[in-house]
Design a protein around this ligand. Structure first.
Ligand code: NAD
Length: 414
C-alpha cells in the first residue's frame, strides 16, 4: 500500500533528522534505517472445508541492542512487508520514549479473521508461532495483540510456544487473558495512556480538563475508551465520529448513550439523522482534538483550518509532515503518536515483568506505574522540544532513538 510505503519513508526521514540532531553520523543512520531482521513465512492451514490454504506472515525485528524486540501481530488482508517494517521501527521509538528495555518488533499475517472460524484462527495462530519459534521467545522477541488480534489469539500462541519450548512460557507474549498471566489494565492501557498525556498537555496550556471541549475522531477501541475516560473526568466531548460521519453538540454529547449503541466496529453515527462530515469534525472549535481513527487526516489541505489548541495523536500517523509543520507554525501543540499511544506497550512490558517474576500487581499498582512512565515521557519530550525549539515529533524521535543508538554504539554495531 502506498501510504505504508510513505509511513516507512517518512519514518526514515525523521529518524535521520533526529540522529543528526543527536550528533550521530551516517553510519548510525545506515544501521537504524530499517530492521536488522525481516522474516517472511508461509503457513499452511487445513480449513474447515478440508482444503489447505497457505497464508503469508511476517515478522520484523528492528534492533535488539537494548534488549529483546517487542511489538504486536496484526491479522489483516492488507498487511504488507513495508508496513511491518515501518511499524517495527515505530516500536523502537515508543520503547525508547517510555524507557523500556526493548527494541522494536512487529508482525502480521495476510488474512481476514472476520471470515475465518475459531478453529481456523487457532490453527493459523499456532502455525505462525511454529514458523517463527526459532527467532522469537521471552528473551528474543515478544509479540502482543494488534489490529484484529486479541487475548484468545495470544493464549493459543503462548500455548504453542510453551509446547515447543517444553516449559510454561507466559513471558513469550503479552496481552494474554488474566488467568494465563495477563496484566491487570492491559486492555484499556492505550486509552489510559492517551488520557494521561492529554492531561499533561492541557496543564502546559493552562486548560482545565473540567469542562474542556474535546473532539475525538474515531469511536473504535481507542476512541470510545478515551471518550469515556475524558467524559468521566468532567471534560465535555463535543464531537465524535466514525467511518460514516460525525456527531456534534457544543453542550457535550451523551457519551454513555453513544457507547451503549455503538457496534463492535465502532459505528454509531448511522443511527442519527443530524450528522456532519469527518472533515467538518476536524475543523470544529475545541480545546483538544484527538484523531483516533486512521492515518493522513491532518494535511496541508486542512491544517490551516484546525480550530484546536492542542492536537493529541491517538491514531498512528494521522498528521502528515506538512500538517505537522503548519500546526507547529500556528502555535498549536501537537503531541505525536509515538508518545501519546505508548501506554499499550508500557503495560505490555509490565505484563512481561510480572511473568518473569511470577508475582502479580493490582490494577491500581499497574496504573500508578504507567502514569509515572507516561508523565516522565511527556516531560522529557516537552523539555527537549521547548529547549531546542523543535516540534514534539522530532523531540520524541530524538528521545526514542537515542537509547538504541547508544546501545548499538557500545556493542560496536555502528
Ligand atoms: P478500531 O478499528 O477499533 O476503530 C476505528 C474507528 O475509526 C471506528 O470508529 C471507525 O468507524 C473509524 N474510522 C474508520 N475509517 C474512518 C474514516 N475514514 N474516517 C473517520 N473514522 C474512521 O481501531 P482502534 O483500535 O480504535 O485504532 C484506532 C487508531 O488508534 C489506529 O490508528 C490504531 O493504530 C491506533 N492505536 C490503537 C491502539 C489500541 O490499543 N486500540 C493502540 C495504539 C494505536
Amino acid at each position: 500500500m502506498t501510504e505504508n510505503l510513505n509511513l516507512f519513508t517518512s519514518t526514515q526521514v525523521v529518524i535521520k533528522e533526529a540522529l543528526e540532531k543527536l550528533g550521530y553520523d551516517e553510519g548510525m543512520y545506515d544501521l537504524l534505517k530499517e530492521p536488522l531482521r525481516m522474516v517472511e513465512v508461509r503457513i499452511p492451514v487445513r480449513m474447515d472445508d478440508g482444503k489447505v490454504k497457505v497464508f503469508k506472515g511476517f515478522r520484523g525485528q528492528h534492533n535488539d541492542a537494548v534488549g529483546p524486540t517487542k511489538g504486536g501481530v496484526r491479522f489483516h488482508p492488507d498487511v504488507t512487508l513495508d508496513e511491518v517494517r515501518a511499524l517495527s521501527m515505530w516500536m523502537t521509538l515508543k520503547a525508547g520514549i517510555v524507557d523500556l528495555p526493548y527494541g522494536g518488533g512487529k508482525g502480521g499475517i495476510i488474512c481476514d479473521p472476520r471470515e475465518m472460524s475459531m478453529n481456523e484462527l487457532e490453527k493459523l495462530s499456532r502455525g505462525y508461532v511454529r514458523a517463527l519459534s526459532q527467532v522469537m521467545g521471552p528473551a528474543k522477541d515478544i509479540p502482543a495483540p494488534d489490529v484484529f488480534t486479541n487475548a484468545q489469539i495470544m493464549a493459543w500462541m503462548m500455548d504453542e510456544y510453551s509446547r515447543i519450548d517444553e516449559f510454561n512460557s507466559p513471558g513469550f507474549i503479552t496481552g494474554k487473558p488474566i488467568v494465563l498471566g495477563g496484566s491487570q489494565g492491559r486492555d484499556r492501557a492505550t486509552a489510559e495512556g492517551v488520557t494521561i498525556i492529554i492531561n499533561e498537555a492541557a496543564k502546559k496550556h493552562g486548560i482545565d480538563m473540567k469542562g474542556a471541549r474535546i473532539v475525538i475522531q474515531g469511536f473504535g477501541n481507542a476512541g470510545s475508551f478515551l471518550s469515556k475516560f475524558l467524559h468521566d473526568a468532567g471534560a465535555k466531548v463535543v464531537g465524535i465520529s466514525d467511518a460514516y460521519g460525525a456527531l456534534h453538540d457544543p453542550d457535550g454529547l451523551d457519551i454513555d448513550y453513544l457507547l451503549d449503541r455503538r457496534d463492535s466496529f465502532g459505528t454509531v453515527t448511522t443511527l442519527f439523522d443530524e450528522t456532519i462530515t469527518n472533515e467538518e469534525l476536524l475543523e470544529l472549535e475545541c480545546d483538544i482534538l484527538v484523531p483516533a481513527a486512521i492515518e493522513n487526516q491532518i494535511t496541508e489541505k486542512n491544517a490551516h483550518k484546525i480550530n484546536a489548541k492542542i492536537v493529541v495523536e491517538a491514531a498512528n500517523g494521522p498528521t502528515t509532515s506538512e500538517g505537522t509543520r503548519i500546526l507547529t507554525e500556528r502555535g498549536i501543540l501537537l503531541v505525536p503518536d509515538v508518545l501519546a499511544s505508548a501506554g499499550g506497550v508500557t503495560v505490555s512490558y509490565f505484563e512481561w515483568v510480572q511473568n518473569n517474576m511470577g508475582y502479580y500487581w493490582s490494577e491500581e499498582e499497574v496504573r500508578e506505574k504507567m502514569t509515572e512512565k507516561m508523565v516522565t515521557a511527556f516531560d522529557n519530550v516537552y523539555t527537549v522540544a521547548t529547549t531546542r525549539n523543535i516540534d514534539m515529533r522530532l523531540a520524541a524521535y530524538m528521545i526514542g532513538v537515542r537509547k538504541t543508538a547508544e546501545a548499538s554504539r557500545f556493542r560496536g554495531w555502528a
